[in-house]
Design a protein around this ligand. Sequence first.
Ligand code: GAR
Length: 219
Amino acid sequence: MTKTKTAQRLPLVVLISGEGTNLQAIIEACVAGTIPAEVLAVVSSRAEARGLRRAAAAGIPVHAVLAAGNTSREDYAMALSAVIERYHPGLVLLAGFLRILSDGFVRQYRGRLLNIHPALLPKYRGLHTHRRVLAAGEREHGCSVHFVTEELDGGPVIAQAKVPVRPDDTEATLRARVQEQEHGLYPLVIGWFAAGRLRLQDGRVLRDGKLVNSMDFQP
Ligand code: GAR
């Protein structure tokens, strides 16, 4: 992996709201040189997000961009973008970021804004996916990494990882199984992007110049 260490590294800014376990996986992949990228800053929508401590522990600059009750989606996005732009990122990553972004923000970062979602999109957009999957009696669940578009959790999927749903699963056990996959899938996709292999073109994903519908990732 010495090659990726000497190659130019893609500057990343990661947006979080909570635990930051995906952030941790991304930081570790960058530090290990597994992916040719570097987390330049972490921005949280919540001051108490545990992920901020993970970033600080790794020596990464952290910011909290908080919204008062009456902050509009547009004003919030402008404040967020002002912080992000200080770092000139090549890629902006939503990693458990729980605020809905304005259309203007999404347009500003189109093609270089990714999200990880805890479901096999297009199924189960939105919140409480593990609970809803269990209630529906699904036998399969998983996570998706996609380009962000104006449609919530509706952008084109780049890759997915699947897990079985077991009869004795609880929301917690299912979440843990899905998150384990997330921690492999997100760095993998970021690595593709950093290596110049991934592109959003006319609303579709191209990987190595070929159209991608959605791909399973087998660890
Ligand atoms: C992850 O499971 C991620 O897929 C989910 O939030 C969790 C954040 O965990 N994202 C969403 O639900 C976005 N719709 P983390 O803070 O430990 O990375």
